[in-house]
Design a protein around this ligand. Structure first.
Ligand SMILES: NC(=O)C1=CN([C@@H]2O[C@H](COP(=O)(O)OP(=O)(O)OC[C@H]3O[C@@H](n4cnc5c(N)ncnc54)[C@H](OP(=O)(O)O)[C@@H]3O)[C@@H](O)[C@H]2O)[C@@H](O)CC1
Ligand SMILES: [K+]
Length: 501
């Protein structure tokens, strides 16, 4: 997807969308007509009017959008074929269906006939999915699930209306059989579920038709897509008259015996993201030098951290007594900090857990916590399944309870601020789902913190850039397999430099 850069694209939840619906009805604004026009315009812009378009309509207003769009497309000369498996429940959708009948638009009403239809020529050039929208409240019924599966196997582009049918618009959870769309045209505002969990695979390219709604009054959740933003650019641009002392210094605290790699990756990533100096404060006393990055300065975990502007704590830290001491030592400095992996595990569960939590909660500068779903579940004392079932809610709860910025990693990384604001990342894919990427991300966040970028901005920018590095690999490799964390490190510099051009 390509929303215009440098603008805020807000995310609304379903209650806010319902409020907009009610206010529009009160004010006599016909949002469904506007939605139908936006669908027809989208199709007209992409397909010649001789095209054959199948339009699947459900019983609610999502079906109404589809059936009113069917009429406009029919009038523009498209070969339209509607599918209405059950009598509409929504009044507007009933009216739309009656008008389609008046216009003699062909309508299939029996799921058994679909297989005959699939033999018909010409085959559809496009399928429009108007089966279920934000009103979904359970897994699709058997009949609907059968239709969804049938449409998915047609090997034809699918334009989903508002949300791919079968997907929870807020959580991105597939409630059962779900439409796998090529594109989703979503109305009024972005929905978090289009970017997260199963939504990341089912929504395809997400396009927004805002229907001229002024969303400001409804933005109760302060959610937005994580796009590029200008705030940090100014701090990252380097004048010719520069020296390394201007770019901040980072100390990575971790690297216990057998887990040194994690600390090395974080340190190298901090260098790649532009840190002026990087120390590795490690627990494994045997490491003297990183021969591939000899500029990393190696010392013991309990060494003085006063010289670092920012800390990355927890990469390969372990959880034994020495690790606990190292964490206490590092947290005692109250520096801009990112905490990952075993630092999070120790905060969630260890003899010093309550002390660590109090330290986090009383900091003046919020720390950045970067849990994956299982670490998030430990922090919340819940289950990974619960976290994944509502990633935004989980990230916001950790942010509030630990008074920290939270980066909940996974498909659709959520960045949450302790004040309730959150962003959902728009870059990155499964290429980044490999060991060590969390260490790379933490190193990059620490580098930006070291340049005095505010914790929430540093987290948003690093997550965005890390995702771009993954996307660049996927574009180049024609797939997502084979990107190692080490190979991601130099790509972080490339995307940052490109962005600063
Ligand atoms: N917000 C706005 O301002 C605008 C909204 N607009 C459009 O309206 C859409 C929302 O419409 P909506 O509320 O009618 O919900 P929608 O998803 O069409 O259907 C719900 C119906 O399906 C049923 N049902 C639920 N789950 C089911 C299942 N698993 N399997 C089978 N049935 C199931 C449920 O009935 P139930 O059986 O629960 O009584 C209910 O009747 C929205 O996505 C957008 O496209 C636009 O016009 C622009 C302005
Ligand atoms: K839909």
């Amino acid at each position: 997807m390509s929303p215009s850069l440098h603008q805020t694209i807000s995310i609304l939840d379903v209650p806010a969308l319902r409020m907009i619906e009610q206010d529009a009805e009160r004010d006599g604004v016909d949002l469904m007509a506007l939605a139908a026009l936006s669908i027809a315009d989208r199709v007209s812009a992409r397909y010649p009017s001789s095209s054959c378009v199948w339009i699947a309509a459900g019983v609610g207003n999502n079906g109404g959008d589809a059936l009113f769009a069917a009429q406009i497309l029919h009038q523009r000369g498209f070969h339209v074929q509607c599918m209405v498996m059950q009598p509409p429940v929504s009044r507007r959708t009933q009216a739309a269906l009656a008008e389609c009948e008046t216009l003699n638009i062909p309508i299939v009403r029996d799921v058994a006939l679909l297989h005959d239809l699939s033999q018909l020529k010409p085959a559809p050039n496009l399928i429009i999915d108007g089966l279920l929208g934000i009103g979904i409240n359970r897994a699709p019924s058997d009949e609907l699930a059968g239709l969804i599966a049938f449409l998915n196997q047609m090997n034809t582009p699918i334009l989903a209306l508002d949300v791919p049918s079968g997907l929870n618009a807020e959580t991105g959870e597939a409630l059962g059989e779900v439409i796998r769309a090529t594109d989703t045209l979503t109305f009024i505002a972005q929905k978090s579920g289009l970017w997260m969990a199963d939504g990341a695979d089912c929504a395809g390219q997400v396009l927004l038709a805002d229907l001229n709604v002024n969303k400001d009054a409804y933005q109760s959740t302060a959610g937005a897509l994580n796009l590029e933003h200008d705030a940090a650019r100014i701090k990252l641009k380097r004048p010719r008259n520069s020296h390394k002392g201007r770019f901040g210094s980072v100390a990575v605290v971790g690297g216990h015996v057998g887990m040194l790699g994690a600390a090395l990756l974080a340190g190298r990533a901090a260098l790649a993201a532009g840190a002026g100096k990087v120390w590795l404060n490690v627990l494994d006393e045997r490491l003297a030098v990183d021969v591939f990055a000899p500029e990393l300065m190696i010392r013991l975990a309990n060494a003085n951290l006063g010289d670092a502007h920012a800390l990355a704590i927890g990469m390969g830290l372990g959880q034994d007594e020495a690790a606990q001491l190292a964490l206490s030592h590092a947290l005692g400095y109250h520096k801009a900090s990112v905490l990952d992996a075993d630092a999070l595990n120790l905060i969630a569960h260890s003899p010093l857990s309550e002390t660590y939590k109090t330290t986090l909660r009383t900091r003046t500068l919020p720390a950045v916590l970067t849990p994956h779903p299982t670490e998030a579940a430990r922090l919340l004392k819940s289950s990974t399944l619960d976290v994944q079932a509502n990633r935004v809610a989980a990230a916001r709860r950790i942010a509030r309870e630990f008074a920290s910025v939270v980066v909940l990693k996974g498909a659709g990384t959520v960045i949450a601020h302790p004040n309730g604001a959150f962003k959902i990342n728009t870059t990155g894919g499964s290429a980044l789902a490999v060991a060590g990427q969390g260490d790379v991300l933490s190193g990059a966040i620490a580098a930006l913190l070291g340049m005095d970028i505010a914790p929430f901005d540093a987290a948003c920018l690093a997550v965005y850039m890390h995702g771009l590095a993954g996307d660049a690999y996927e574009a180049q490799a024609n797939g997502s397999i084979g990107l190692s964390a080490s190979a991601t490190v130099p790509r972080i510099s490339s995307v940052l430099n490109q962005w600063l051009l």
